[in-house]
Ligand binder design. Structure first.
Ligand SMILES: [Zn+2]
Length: 351
């Protein structure tokens, strides 16, 4: 499964840049959002002049994915800049790009309003799905209608489709029920579709296992950054752990046994700076964590990213060799996740 590393424009750590301290050769695909270009005329113009690849300074080995920014525009209550996005895609030439806009039929809206949003997304799929833009469907009550419409209009023969709208479900207070719905949504979409399924916005270690167990082609995530900013690190086979208290966020404290895992971690950050490096504040020299330094953040972010990529490689290797079905039971800790993985494997016809 391809892990597309989501990042914010011009933000450290520059994992794709050979000249950076934080260059990670393991990365083969990255994603930036059109929303970041839309808010800066000069950046947008520069990327259109020299191409997105040149603007970012990535080498030929790395695929550049562009997100349409719909979720960000929606959160700000902005109109989707459809024509500007199309122009940007044409000039900046990303390797992968979804339809110009998609409109999540949020479950808290009335059925009529949801229907309007569903119809708007389908209009985009029908108009642009055959022009190289990747069609989008949303998890939730409308998924079946999307898939029926895709079947009716021949969109299931596209090389790729993307599944969105999962993040609100994963965060939902309905807990394990909503997580099962996420597994079902991925499974249902993949079943109807023979091409490569991309799933937007998942990428904690748990969801990585679920997506891979379900045969997803690619996922993207900015979770490695978000967690680092909140003082959280990822550990193989586990949920996130808190190594430094930042902001109002309180995660599960790292245990003594888990500290040993850091001592043997082979990522750039742990090798160079050790546990003390991961425990640094986001800001330099200020015990309250204020200021403009990013040292602790960069180290945690790179540790998280490295751990995510390594876990994905290991999952792929174990799935291929058939060892996964036994391995995950020892490797993945917690009570909910192993059961969900079992459910995903079962749903995927492996049991
Ligand atoms: Zn590390």
């Amino acid at each position: 499964m391809l892990v597309v590393v989501g990042t914010q424009l011009d933000q450290a750590p520059r994992f794709w840049d050979r000249s950076s301290e934080w260059y990670l050769p393991q990365v083969t695909a990255m994603m930036v959002s059109y929303a970041d270009f839309h808010k800066s005329k000069s950046k947008r113009r520069a990327a259109m002049e020299i191409g997105l690849r040149g603007y970012l300074g990535v080498n030929d080995r790395i695929l550049v994915y562009l997100d349409n920014g719909s979720f960000a525009f929606w959160r700000k209550g902005m109109e989707r800049p459809i024509n500007e996005y199309i122009e940007f895609v044409r000039e900046a030439k990303p390797d992968w790009y979804p339809i110009p806009a998609d409109y999540i039929p949020h479950p808290q809206l009335s059925t009529d309003k949801q229907r309007v949003l569903f119809d708007q997304t389908m209009e985009m799929n029908l108009e642009y799905g055959s022009q190289g833009f990747v069609p989008v469907v949303h998890a939730g009550d409308w998924l079946e209608e999307y898939l029926e419409a895709f079947q009716r209009y021949g969109l299931l023969s596209c090389a790729q489709i993307a599944l969105g709208g999962l993040v609100p479900r994963l965060l939902s207070s309905r807990g394990s029920k909503s997580r099962r719905e996420v597994v079902d949504a991925i499974k249902q979409t993949n079943e109807c579709f023979n091409g490569g399924l991309h799933v937007f916005g998942i990428g904690g270690l748990g969801t990585l296992h679920l997506a891979a167990s379900l045969g997803v082609y690619s996922i993207d995530s900015v979770g490695w950054r978000n967690r680092a900013a909140r003082g959280l690190i990822l550990l193989p086979g586990r949920g996130e752990r808190s190594v430094v208290p930042l902001g109002n966020w309180r995660g599960v404290e790292i245990s003594q046994a888990e500290l040993k895992m850091i001592e043997t971690c082979k990522c750039l950050a742990c090798k160079r700076y050790g546990l003390a490096g991961l425990r640094a504040w986001n800001a330099r020299g200020n015990s309250e964590g204020r200021g403009n330094g990013t040292s602790g953040f960069n180290r945690r972010a790179i540790h998280n990213l490295w751990t995510l990529l390594r876990e994905a490689d290991e999952i792929d290797a174990k799935l291929q060799s058939g060892e996964y079905y036994i391995w995950y039971r020892q490797h993945v800790t917690g009570t909910i996740l192993p059961k969900l993985i079992e459910y995903a494997l079962y749903r995927n016809g492996n049991f």
